[in-house]
Design a protein around this ligand. Structure first.
Ligand code: AMP
Length: 213
């Protein structure tokens, strides 16, 4: 199963990617998580990416394309993979196509801007492993502590309301056109992301992928 999870920030891409990864036994490649780790480690890519991320802007395509190409070459991607947060621009999608990367489906998680802004205020992320939590819909067992690795949970700098607005603008201008790009290729599967629970959304995604199960 080779899958892209597309959708605005806060639609639940990271959370659903985690569940689907375990279900299909394939890795998730999250450029956001890779970049946050690079920023934390102070690598050259991290230093380059930080100012874009803090402003809610996209990191330049050539940086992203390099990261993804390198990751997809690793052995664990041979049976399939889930791309979370990438591609995010038409040039990124074209670069993947040019590199011969194919997909079974592109799941587009659909959520209105107002719901996103409300949701993002409760979002938390593990500083150690990147696992996503939410104070209402996915609370950790112990307050402020990651269930998976015991790391500290924080609000991402780019989840602050002003940055969220900037990220939504970028999403509509640069990422949303990917829906047409993949619809033309017969791959797009829109799924509502405003269902009452995370599990209900997972079921809706699995149903959309039914033909491949
Ligand atoms: P995310 O965790 O996917 O919301 O990504 C957080 C931030 O990392 C974004 O707001 C961008 O600044 C950057 N980023 C992640 N993935 C990409 C991508 N595919 N293209 C450009 N920038 C990205």
């Amino acid at each position: 199963m080779k899958l892209i999870l597309l959708g605005p920030p806060g639609a639940g891409k990271g959370t659903q990617a985690e569940v689907l990864s375990a279900y299909y036994g394939i890795p998730t490649i999250s450029t956001g998580n890779i970049l946050r780790a690079a920023v934390k480690a102070g690598t050259p890519i991290g230093l380059k990416a930080k100012s874009f991320m803090d402003a809610g802007k996209l990191v330049p395509d050539e940086v992203i394309i390099g990261i993804v190409a390198e990751r997809l070459e690793q052995d664990d991607c041979k049976q399939g993979f889930i791309l979370d947060g990438v591609p995010r621009t038409i040039p990124q999608a074209e670069a993947l196509e040019k590199a011969g990367v194919t997909f079974d489906y592109v799941v587009s998680l659909e959520l209105a801007d107002e719901a996103i802004i409300a949701r993002m205020s409760g979002r938390r992320v593990c500083t150690a492993c990147g696992a996503p939590f939410h104070v209402v819909s996915k609370p950790p067992k112990r307050d402020g502590i990651c269930d998976n690795c015991g790391g500290a949970l924080v609000q991402r700098d780019d989840d602050k309301p002003e940055t969220v607005k900037a990220r939504l603008k970028v999403y509509h201008e640069e990422t949303e056109p990917l829906k047409d790009f993949y619809a033309h290729r017969g791959l797009l599967r829109p799924v509502p992301a405003d269902l009452p629970t995370i599990e209900a959304c997972t079921e809706a995604i699995k149903k959309a992928l039914e033909a491949k199960l």
